[in-house]
Design a protein. Structure first.
Length: 261
């Protein structure tokens, strides 16, 4: 580039001196032509230089964009890996829940089969409610009307059930007493709550004193008429509501996602 500028300067000087010294017209024209050609070449070179500079800037921009794209792709890959790990954990948790549910269902079916004769005669109803196995006994099977002490027939019926539950003595049991909505007519019990609770306690005492269940594995609760399973407008519905429930409390270690210390 510097040589070309020097050549142009020489040609210009030569042209000036040539004119002053009476150089021939042809020689002068030749010098002008060379000057014009050199100027054109210079412009072309400048254009090539600018194009190269533009290409350089474009390459730098592409490199920056590529780095940004690589960083974005890396972030997406990391997120995808995290999502896959979370999905695998969720699937594992679902499998645990399914296994626990299958285990409870198998136990439910096993108990139902063992209680088949009592269920068929209407002395017992086996249900699975709110994740808990519930054995429902009509109060009339266990108690005389308005009484909270187990009848002789009630003890026999209860013992049949407890003989089966002996295989589940490691479980905890909640004994729940229920009544219909007819007010109790007894000086001994102020209301249906008192009657239902007293009946539940009678069952608990029989389980611990006569059937050998641990005192720490059973508890009693009275719900009165406030947890019906049928309509109290009919005698049939009221009979269903007068009941004792033996609820098998779930083992907390069987509940997925719950850590037990």
């Amino acid at each position: 580039m510097q040589n070309k500028r020097t050549l142009i300067s020489i040609l210009m000087v030569s042209a000036v001196f040539g004119l002053g010294c009476g150089v021939k017209k042809a020689t002068h024209q030749k010098v002008l032509n060379e000057l014009t050609a050199t100027q054109s070449e210079l412009e072309t070179t400048r254009g090539e230089r600018d194009a190269l500079l533009n290409d350089r800037d474009a390459l730098r921009a592409d490199k920056a964009n590529l780095s940004s794209a690589e960083a974005e792709a890396s972030a997406r890959a990391a997120k995808l890996a995290a999502d896959m790990q979370a999905t695998e954990a969720e699937l594992l948790e679902l499998r645990k829940q399914r296994e626990a549910a299958d285990k409870r269902l198998a136990a439910f079916r096993e108990l139902t089969e063992k209680f088949r004769s009592l269920v068929d005669t209407g002395k017992l109803k086996v249900t699975f409610r709110q994740g808990q196995m519930v054995l429902e006994l009509p109060s009339g099977v266990l108690f005389d009307s308005g009484q909270a002490s187990l009848s002789s027939g009630g003890k026999a019926a209860l013992q049949e059930i407890l003989d089966v539950l002996n295989d589940f003595k490691d479980r905890r049991f909640l004994i729940a007493g229920h009544t219909d909505n007819i007010p109790v007519k007894s000086r001994k019990f102020a209301n249906n709550w008192a009657l239902s609770t007293a009946r539940a306690v009678s069952v608990v005492l029989y389980m611990t004193d006569e059937a050998g269940f641990s005192s720490g594995s059973v508890a009693a609760a009275g719900y009165g008429e406030f947890s019906p399973v049928a309509d109290n407008d009919s005698e049939e519905g009221r009979a269903q509501n007068r009941r004792i429930e033996i609820i098998l409390v779930p083992d907390l270690s069987e509940l997925p996602g719950l850590k037990v210390e």
